[in-house]
Design a protein around this ligand. Structure first.
Ligand SMILES: *Cc1c(COP(=O)(O)O)cnc(C)c1O
Length: 418
């Protein structure tokens, strides 16, 4: 295998047609940001937009802005902007609430749809992965405990087990498209098809795939989806999440958080709930408008490219990172936990090292920002919108130096957020 040099990486940056998209973001000098899978970088336009929302729309136009500035329609308008990135169409997505809350709504509505059909009413199993992001499991636990109708969670340990775990007892399958810890990418089409053959419905969590790779919800025939906007979509810290409901389920979509924003005529102030037809029924109440408005700045950048082009660069970046770590850190016990196969890899690379936390703290101190997840996993996210090939080289060079010189404190105190 040829040895890669920094010049080789610089040449890749020269040839990269997406390289200029980095100018859309404000990134601090001297930082290689490999954590866009956890909190996306700040679009330059977010600064101006935030000021405009606060000073003009709120400060000056006050309550008139609900109509004048389109605040009331924002969840739908942003949903329509986001839809093409996840293979959905107009009026199928709203941006609202958090991913955790949207999981609750979609799980509740999905279980109800199954309970209302004679053929599936007896099904009590929700299938998910033990390695799913904890909040997904916790929300399902909380909902089923509260429903008290005998639902149980079936946690599988490997993706291969899904084939048998999804069976005639399964009401609903809840999976995260790309695993947050090791970056494993599921075959959405095949698993959705299998779930449907077994009579189950499927809810996909796109937290690590929306904005990271092409997603085709309608083509795959999925039933429900949720996801974050503050990760690869660069919406800002804690920006509202999204929820998608397949058009065929919208009429039957009923969730228990039936707040007034999901009402057919919210300003008729009726004493009883009547859900609005369509995706706005997934809304609950008044949204954090300042934060919601920031989501548009992140989404607008995607109009300058395509998910196919981003995917191509993302795979080239993660391939390069894996190759360089394996070429330059050979003396060290780093174990790749991310699949090598493109078809099974998201936009992150994770390596295990027993001192992963301490090493990551050293990397961050030297300007290479990734993050750490138990047990021993160093995560490196590659956002093709603003990460370049020389960045990959430089990050690996710093990692190699930290490992060679053992420049990490084994007794590093844990921060609250790792
Ligand atoms: C990041 C992430 C979440 C976050 O949920 P919040 O409600 O925004 O805290 C949920 N699920 C998955 C799979 C995630 O990766």
């Amino acid at each position: 295998m040829t040895t890669i040099t920094r010049d080789h990486c610089l040449a890749l940056d020269q040839a990269d047609t997406l390289a200029n998209l980095r100018n859309e973001f404000k990134l601090p000098a001297g930082t290689i940001y490999l954590d866009g899978n956890s909190l996306g970088a700040m679009p330059r336009s977010s600064q101006t937009r935030a000021l405009e929302v606060i000073t003009q729309e709120w400060g000056n136009d006050l309550i008139k802005s609900w109509n004048l500035a389109g605040w009331f329609d924002l969840p739908s308008r942003l949903g329509n902007l986001l839809a093409p990135l996840i293979g959905a169409a107009d009026n199928e997505v709203v941006v609202t609430d958090s991913t955790s809350v949207n999981l609750f709504k979609a799980l509740a509505a999905g279980l109800q749809i199954q309970a209302d059909k004679a053929e599936t009413a007896q099904r009590k199993v929700i299938v998910t992965e033990r390695s799913n992001f904890p909040t997904d499991i916790y929300m399902a636990e909380g909902l089923t405990r509260w429903l008290d109708r005998g639902y149980i969670l079936r946690l599988v340990d490997t993706p291969q087990e899904l084939a048998t775990a999804i069976d005639a007892d399964t009401a609903l399958v809840m999976l995260t498209h790309v695993n947050y810890r090791n970056g494993y990418l599921h075959d959405m089409q095949a698993i959705t098809q299998h779930a449907h053959q077994q009579g189950a419905l499927i809810l996909w969590d796109l937290a690590h795939s929306a904005g990271a790779l092409p997603v085709s919800l309608n083509e795959a025939g999925a039933d429900f989806a949720v996801g974050c906007t503050y990760k690869y979509l660069n919406g800002g810290p804690g920006s509202p999440a999204f929820i998608w409901v397949a058009p065929r389920h919208q009429q039957a979509f009923q969730h228990p958080l039936s707040g007034w924003w999901g009402h057919a005529s919210p300003f008729a102030m009726q004493p009883s709930f009547e859900g609005t037809p369509g995706i706005r029924r997934a809304l609950c109440g008044t949204q954090p408008i300042v934060s919601l408005a920031m989501v548009e700045c992140g989404l607008e950048i995607f109009a300058k490219t395509s998910m196919q082009a981003l995917r191509q660069k993302s795979l080239a970046l993660t391939d390069l990172f894996i190759q360089l770590v394996e070429q330059r850190c050979t003396q060290h016990p780093l174990e790749l936990v991310t699949p090598r196969k493109h078809a099974q890899r998201g936009s992150q690379v994770s390596f295990h090292h027993q001192h992963g936390y301490a090493i990551m703290q050293s990397l961050i101190a030297r300007g290479v920002i990734g993050d750490y997840r138990e047990p021993g996993i160093m995560r490196f996210g590659f956002t093709p919108l603003y990460v370049g090939f020389a960045d990959v080289w430089d990050a690996v060079e710093i990692l190699r130096d930290i490992l060679d010189t053992k420049d990490y404190a084994l007794n590093a105190t844990r921060h609250a957020v790792t």
